[in-house]
Design a protein around this ligand. Sequence first.
Ligand SMILES: C=C(O[C@@H]1C=C(C(=O)O)C=C[C@H]1O)C(=O)O
Length: 441
Amino acid sequence: MNANNNGIPGFLERAIAASGETLATLAPGEVISLAIDLPGSTLARCQGFSGDCRWVSPPTGRAFYAAGKAVEGSRDALDRLLSQAGVWRRIGGAFALPLAFFTLPPATAKQDLSFFVPRVLFRREGDAWSVILSAGHDGRSPQEIAGDWLTLADSILSPAGLGGEARIEGSEATPDETTWKARVAETSAAIRHGRFDKAVLARRLALRLAEPVDPNRLVDRLAAYNAGSNIFSLPHGGGHVVAASPERLAVKKGRDILSDGLAGTARNAGAAPVDDAAESALFASAKERSEHAIVVDAIAADLEDFCETLERPSAPGFMHLSRVTHLWTPLSGRLKPGVGLLDVAERLHPTPAVSGFPRETALAWLNELGEERDGLYSGVAGWIDADGDGEAAVVLRTAFFAGREASLWAGAGIMAQSDPAAEWMETEMKLATMLDLFADK
Ligand SMILES: C=C(O[C@@H]1C=C(C(=O)O)C=C[C@H]1O)C(=O)O
């Protein structure tokens, strides 16, 4: 066992042994989650975590470190788990509700929601730590399940692997700069002809790395520079999606719901915390303000259907990030009884911040231009607990890593008066969030 574990494995072994009889009753279709509050601050001294899934949210003091999949599936299966306590049996743990991770595809794709419940998940809420061990019915004996939990727990509590130096050997932009700028001009012309109001054009930067990198290390480094964002790494399509997302599509706690209207971008040079001139120009720009208003109006219209009350600030504020500043309008409401986080996320996604407006016309236009977003860029990633509370983030400032290949994406909201060179610069600044991971190598 790992030297940094501070007696956690022994503690887990005893807790698991006490639940052995319940494990033996696991029936087909059921999931059992054993939630154990961990003693004191032993985990705070841990020198890094591993695993194949993590979610870190510095502003809330929340972090999840997870490994394995106890069960996975689509929205129906997740609804069944969430709605029937008898199907997702929870044992122990004062506050440590079990949880699932879920994703929605990129704005331009049409797949459904998918989810998984990790086998082992360490959960931090401020100073409180717990571990949630989950198992689906797969024919294994209680002893085998227990052994697997302990092995995975031990692997998570090991510092992240070295994983090579993140040095870039080569890169390729698709489409190239000239083609992308021409697309921007074409899009603005289509808007002036009245086809739609806004479209979010994106582009890909493919990197070839000298060696594979450990996504866990990337998350740690992103957290150091993007402390206001949700930073995560999720297993996806044979690799990992890593992101530092500034945009919360939906956050639900009890019946309170929150959604970020985020659109309109200026540079944030990084030398000073805030670039005042760029910020004032952003606020004063008719183009940026209407691009922003389209997003806020669309989110508000969708939330109205779900909410008893909805609050919406009359003017946007600013969200300052490591490389850019955005116009930001947080909307908050009280949900009607029975409305779930997944209902809200599925309705809002994709917002005009990542697709355009009206949604279907803008998406048809992107399709015509041949934009095929990969990884989870402009999709959604989130977590939901057994009470139905959780968070859905828009997958932005992101890259998909598989072996030595990385695929980075960024986009910009195109309006009638867009300047192709300025929009290209905006995508460069957005890409820099992920490129900064490699800059000092
Ligand atoms: C599309 C992206 O970001 C979105 C688009 C923005 C804009 O057009 O101003 C700002 C924030 C995000 O909602 C991206 O990061 O790729």
